[in-house]
Write a protein that binds this ligand. Structure first.
Ligand SMILES: [Zn+2]
Length: 315
């Protein structure tokens, strides 16, 4: 099986835009974040702000990398790391402003000032939990570590969200994703998937399509270039949805096949097989409905005693 591998290309303008845009957005968000953390004394809202700051940095990177046509996952990860560290550092400086140290001006961004300020907070704290005593020393450091971890994790998840999107080098365009070309009533363990990996697409007809909504199924996605017929990729995802105790739905996906290269003819064959399977499933469903209707009619005829009135139910 051949699969998509990114060319690693980074257009100069796109690369500069992604790095500069990422840093600029991180600084702007760090400013807002520092003031929220300083002046809104609700831990839950603070946590949401941390989440938003992290996700925000990641979303900006993924959007700019897409606009800048960056095909290097390494470059995207590098930009993520740079943006995260820069945003986090700027946040420390901004925090001094949020504490009222305006007279320091841009000096708040000097490493010495940041270290001194961190030392001051370590000794004296700035905020407290319910009992009113400010959180200080290593307990405070633990909060900082968790905060940084949340920022790093959520910015990373968002920054690499589209890192596997295939690109058509010939047309200089991203491919478009068509999700759920077919849904299968399957677990992903079926031997047919191995055959499909080898290019035996005929095996697709042996897999039943999903006929009811289930929490576990297998989904076929296709990526194709919007301009030519030469860049086509097949992905097969195992999908598992779960509903937690708050009623929120979460979906877990794992790839059985990721961006397998297809020729134009192979893609046409796959689409035809999917259509045929869908037609066959619709026909079978119609036949089943007809059968049920006839059985019902026969039952009614048998229950009818012939006087033209509907049968009377005796309790
Ligand atoms: Zn193309």
């Amino acid at each position: 099986m051949h699969r998509y591998s990114p060319s690693g290309a980074v257009p100069i303008a796109g690369g500069l835009m992604t790095v500069a845009g990422g840093l600029f957005a991180a600084a702007a968000m760090a400013f807002v974040y520092a003031f929220i953390i300083r002046w809104i004394p609700f831990i839950y809202l603070n946590f949401l702000a941390t989440l938003g700051f992290g996700m925000g940095m990641g979303i900006v990177i993924t959007m700019l990398a897409s606009m800048g046509k960056i095909r290097s996952p390494l470059f995207v990860r590098f930009t993520w790391l740079l943006t995260l560290l820069f945003g986090y550092y700027v946040y420390w400086g901004m925090t001094m402003w949020a504490h009222g140290a305006w007279q320091l001006g841009l000096q708040v961004f000097m490493p010495r000032a940041v270290i001194m300020f961190a030392g001051y907070l370590f000794e004296n704290g700035s905020w407290g939990l319910k009992n009113g005593d400010p959180v200080t020393s290593w307990f405070l450091v633990a909060f900082w570590v968790v905060e940084f971890g949340v920022l790093a994790y959520f910015s990373y998840i968002m920054a690499v969200a589209n890192i596997d999107q295939p690109f058509c080098e010939q047309c200089n365009e991203w491919t478009e994703t068509e999700k759920g070309v077919a849904l299968y009533h399957a677990t992903g363990l079926e031997p047919e998937w191995d055959k499909i990996r080898l290019g035996e697409f005929q095996s697709l007809v042996q897999l039943p399509l999903l006929s009811a909504s289930l929490s576990e199924y297998v989904r076929m996605d296709v990526n194709a270039c919007p301009k030519c017929t030469n860049s086509n990729f097949l992905s097969i995802q195992k999908v598992k949805t779960a509903i937690d105790k708050d009623g929120d739905e979460s979906t877990k996906e794992s790839a059985l096949i990721a961006n397998m290269t297809l020729s134009g003819d192979q893609l046409a064959q796959v689409r035809l097989l999917v259509d045929q399977a869908a037609d066959a499933a619709a026909e079978a469903a119609a036949a089943r409905t007809l059968e049920l209707e006839e059985a019902e009619k026969a039952q009614q005829a048998a229950a009818d005693d012939g006087n033209g009135f509907p049968p009377i139910k005796v309790e």
